[in-house]
Design a protein. Structure first.
Length: 302
């Protein structure tokens, strides 16, 4: 049977994509990538499936992915179902003991649902919280001096449980719950947990799945996406007000990660199907990559 021209072009296009991905597969083989999973990509079942497929593929081609997930909107839903009203101070959830109990329940439910999805694709996964193996040791977090309850700042990361899981070929899935020195339970911002884990592991990559295209020169113009930023450039955008609002803490987390040994940090639009694969396995990617000042840039490679 002779293949038609259109069919041949389709097959050749697929081959080109695989060839473009090859150097990245070689470069990042056995390297750790921490993926902070949250936003719309967690709420839409179709997008959720795409993200888990991406992470599973990364695992199967030799990466060592770790998922750190949130669940804030689901927590708010269950808090309301319990007859309470969610409260936030400066973007942080006020977490009294009943809210903490609900948050831990919901996050563990989300955690095991993600484990099930990964396992269904033929990859071994293990869901843990920051309490397991004392992974995330925290101290009480205040919001501009105000007590907001059981909200924690990561003080120390004990990476042993993660290395043990990776060495045994598991894909770790972490929910952001930790304990203080007195073994009290605390909720942790998922961005903060992912950043702390990536720093402690000296991960090659840290990827944030968000509801924005990345860092924009003009926040109202999605076409003004900045593909690559050095740490110095990122700090400059903070100083001149280009980076503000909800993007500000995320970019600060990126800078912290780079300063503390993470090789490259990516801010991706989790609403785009297969955003992880498009960012990691193509030359220019689709989001914003933040790199150290001395890192070779894409524009310099071409």
């Amino acid at each position: 049977m002779i293949m038609r021209k259109e069919e041949m072009q389709t097959v050749m296009k697929k081959a080109e994509i695989l060839i473009e991905a090859l150097p990245y597969i070689q470069r990042f083989n056995r390297k750790i990538i921490v993926i902070k999973y949250g936003g719309s990509a967690m709420l839409d079942d179709h997008l959720k499936k795409q993200v888990i497929q991406d992470v599973t593929l990364l695992k199967l081609v030799g990466f060592k992915p770790i998922i750190v997930h949130g669940g804030g909107k689901e927590i708010s839903t269950w808090v309301k179902r319990a007859g309470m009203e969610p409260r936030f101070v400066n973007g942080l959830r006020v977490t009294d003991q009943p809210t903490m109990d609900i948050a831990e329940m919901v996050l563990n439910k989300v955690n095991k649902s993600l484990v099930t999805m990964v396992e269904s694709l033929g990859v071994k996964a293990c869901g843990i919280s920051g309490k397991d193996g004392n992974l995330l040791n925290v101290e009480k977090k205040y919001s501009n001096g105000e007590d907001i309850g059981f909200v924690g700042d990561v003080k120390k990361v004990d990476t042993k449980i993660l290395y043990d899981l990776l060495d045994r070929d598991f894909l770790p899935i972490v929910c952001p719950i930790g304990m203080d020195d007195d073994f009290n339970t605390y909720n942790i911002n998922a961005d903060d947990a992912a950043t702390a884990i990536a720093e402690a592991l000296k991960a090659d990559k840290l990827a944030f799945l968000t509801d924005t295209p990345g860092v924009l020169k003009d926040k109202d113009d999605p076409t003004s996406l900045i593909s690559e930023l050095s740490v110095t450039e990122a700090k400059g955008l903070i100083e001149d007000g280009t980076v503000a609002g909800g993007m500000l803490p995320k970019v600060k987390s990126c800078i912290s990660a780079i300063d503390n040994g993470v090789h490259r940090v990516h801010i991706l639009d989790g609403r785009i199907e297969h955003c992880l694969l498009l960012e990691i396995f193509t030359n220019k990617g689709i989001g914003t990559a933040i790199i150290s000042d001395d890192e070779e840039r894409y524009d310099e490679q071409n």
